[in-house]
Design a protein around this ligand. Structure first.
Ligand code: PMV
Length: 362
């Protein structure tokens, strides 16, 4: 799909339309971290993530031909009209005018909800923006009749999700996906994510992610502000080189089943992300003392048992403990015995790699 074709045809409709649709889309966890952007939400470095399954958003759109000159767009979050989220979504829809010109011809009622509580400490922008993007592309299919080709549909959904939140671009696919140009993958792009199309070793196909909630409060510095601090960051160039090298190593490890390399790269990425925050001007840190206690415990347990487990961190204090299905029993025991005490109210979300978004039949 060429870039200009992201814009759909305009209306006016010769007929009136009415209907509703709903999409469910999961969150994702990055193994190679996107940090820093340029232009319109374009990434300064390539990133790779896997899509989760239990942490998801559902977005439904009820639509009909507008009744007045100006179309009426309403937004409800978890059943209530939500002015804060609503404003953000409305702004987003206005910015999407060239991508979905038909939106101004329709009255819309958009409803969104998450499978996890707002205070769970799980970032909801990837799941909510990808669910909204998928629902909007499905709406284009229904009212315009375009995007019938599956690849075109998901490419545009990823492009639109990216405009809402960079990491959301990767959530439109199940399994592993990649966003950002990377020379070893000709299909990769800064504009949208692509699924990782090579065969992945079975060890990495059943990944578990137990999210240890160290603090469920809203983070003190937003990702938006964090990305901005990469402009003029003294390590920006080194970060780009590091992310490319780590990407290359990780892609090989995923195919070869190299768990040592996987652990080395994934933990290096997590610590580098937080090191970039600490070396920004002004500096900040999102890790808590209990984050570091958990990381030390994970390393000690891995050294003692030789099991395959490692951690990654998002832009926040919570720890994503990654392991494979075959060690599930030992690792759940370890979590209970040694890690739970460092979590906020013993809160843990046991998630795993998922198959990606789905349309919900209503
Ligand atoms: O998509 P944003 O703007 O919320 O940024 C996400 C950045 C990280 O979660 C830290 C890394 C990533 O690649 O998901």
């Amino acid at each position: 799909m060429s870039l200009h074709s992201f814009s759909s045809e305009s209306l006016p409709f010769s007929h009136s339309v009415r209907g509703s649709l709903c999409w469910q889309s999961p969150s994702n966890i990055a193994l190679i971290k996107y940090w820093g952007k340029f232009g319109v939400q374009l990434p300064k470095n390539p990133s790779l993530s896997f899509t989760l399954s239990k942490a998801y958003s559902q977005t439904s759109i009820a639509y009909e031909s507008k009744k007045e000159t100006l179309a009426k767009h309403q937004f409800f979050f978890e059943g209530k009209e939500n002015p804060v989220f609503g404003k953000k979504v409305m702004r987003f829809l206005i910015d999407l005018d060239s991508v979905f010109p038909f939106l101004k011809e329709l009255d819309l009622r958009i409803e969104s909800k998450n499978s996890f509580p707002h205070s769970a400490g799980v970032a909801s922008s990837a799941s909510s923006m990808s669910a909204l993007a998928l629902a909007l592309c499905n709406l284009e299919q229904e009212v315009i009749g375009s995007l019938q080709d599956e690849i075109d549909f998901y490419t545009k959904a990823s492009y639109v999700a990216r405009l809402g939140s960079g990491s959301a671009s990767r959530s439109v696919y199940g399994g592993f996906s990649i966003w950002g140009e990377f020379i070893e993958l000709i299909e990769s792009s800064n504009e949208f994510a692509v699924p990782f199309s090579y065969e992945v070793h079975p060890l990495f196909m059943q990944l578990r992610d137990s999210i240890l909630i160290v603090d469920s409060k809203e983070k003190s510095v937003s990702s938006r502000a964090g990305h901005a601090l990469m402009n003029g960051h003294p390590y920006a160039e080194a970060r780009l080189a590091q992310s490319k090298q780590n990407m290359s190593w990780l892609l090989a490890a995923l195919q070869q089943g190299d768990t040592d390399r996987f652990i080395e790269v994934v933990e290096n990425e997590a610590m580098s992300l937080h090191a970039l925050m600490m070396s920004s001007k002004p500096w900040y840190t999102l890790m808590h003392p209990n984050t570091l206690r958990i990381l030390e415990k994970i390393r000690a347990f891995r050294e003692k048992t030789g099991l395959f487990l490692c951690f990654t961190l998002d832009a926040g204090p919570n720890v994503h403990l990654l392991f494979s299905e075959e060690n599930e029993i030992e690792i759940q025991q370890f979590i209970q015995n040694e890690l739970e005490e460092f979590c906020d109210g013993a809160k843990i979300i046991h998630d795993k790699m998922g198959f990606g978004p789905q349309k919900i039949e209503q």
